[in-house]
Design a protein around this ligand. Structure first.
Ligand code: DX5
Ligand code: ZN
Length: 213
C-alpha cells in the first residue's frame, strides 16, 4: 500500500518542518487539498504555497482539486508538475478533454468521485486515466468519519479496471486509519490518503508504517 499524508491536518505554522518530517519517514506522496470555497465550503492553499511545498518535499506531490473551474486550476498548477493532478467528475462537463490537457503537461491525470457517485460514471475513461480517487468522506475537511460503502465501490472499480485491462491506480481519501486499512487493502486499493490519523499521532513514522499493509 502506498501512503500519501494529507497536509491539510499539518501544523501550518511550521509547514516546512511538517513536510520534511513526513518525507523523511518514508511516505510515498504528499497529498495536497486545493479548495476554492465554492465546490466545497472551505478554502485552502493556492499555487504560491504549493510551489513552496514542492521545493521542500522530497516526495512527489499528489494534488486533489476541489474547485469549480477545473481547467483554470489545471493551468494554474501545471508548472508545479505534481506526480498526480486530480479533479472531481461531479464538476466537469468534459472530463476526457481535461484528462488530455493534464497529460499534455507530463502530469498523471486522476478523477475523484464523491461518496454518492457511481464508479460506472468513469468506466469509459479508464483507458485514459492514471488514477481514480474515491472519497470516503464528503470533501472539504479533515478529521471526518470513514464512510464504509467506499469498500464496495473500490471492489466494483477494481472489477472494471480488470475488465478494461486498465493500469489505473485506486486511491481512497478520508477517515483512513489502522482500523480500516486491511479492509481497504482487500478491496483492491493501491494508495491511501491520511491526514488526521498521521498528523495527530505521536510518531508519524509509526502511523505511516501501520498503513503500509
Ligand atoms: C478532504 C480531503 C482529505 C482530508 C483527509 O476533503 O480531501 O484529503 O485531508 O483527511 P483525514 O484523513 O483526516 O480524513
Ligand atoms: Zn484530499
Amino acid at each position: 500500500m502506498f501512503v500519501a499524508p494529507s497536509i491539510l491536518s499539518a501544523n501550518f505554522g511550521k509547514l516546512d518542518e511538517e513536510i520534511k518530517a513526513i518525507c523523511e519517514t518514508g511516505c510515498d506522496f504528499v497529498h495536497i487539498d486545493v479548495m476554492d470555497g465554492h465546490f466545497v465550503p472551505n478554502l485552502t492553499i493556492g499555487p504560491v504555497v504549493v510551489d513552496a511545498v514542492n521545493k521542500i518535499a522530497t516526495k512527489p506531490l499528489d494534488i486533489h482539486l476541489m474547485v469549480e473551474n477545473n481547467a483554470f486550476f489545471v493551468e494554474l498548477f501545471s508548472h508545479i508538475k505534481p506526480r498526480f493532478l486530480s479533479f472531481h467528475i461531479e464538476e466537469e462537463k468534459h472530463p476526457h478533454r481535461l484528462i488530455q490537457k493534464i497529460k499534455s503537461y507530463g502530469i498523471k491525470a486522476g478523477i475523484v468521485l464523491n461518496p454518492h457517485t457511481r464508479v460506472e460514471e468513469i468506466e469509459y475513461l479508464l483507458e485514459d486515466l492514471d488514477l481514480v480517487l474515491l472519497m470516503s468522506v464528503n470533501p472539504g475537511f479533515g478529521g471526518q468519519s470513514f464512510i464504509p460503502s467506499v469498500l464496495e465501490k473500490a471492489e466494483r472499480l477494481k472489477e472494471l479496471v480488470i475488465k478494461r485491462n486498465s493500469k489505473v491506480l485506486i486511491e481512497v481519501d478520508g477517515g483512513v486509519s489502522d482500523k480500516n486499512i486491511n479492509a481497504l487493502k482487500s478491496a483492491g486499493v493501491d494508495i491511501v490518503v491520511a491526514g488526521n490519523y498521521i498528523f495527530s499521532s505521536n510518531s508519524y513514522k509509526d502511523a505511516i508504517n501501520s498503513l503500509r499493509v
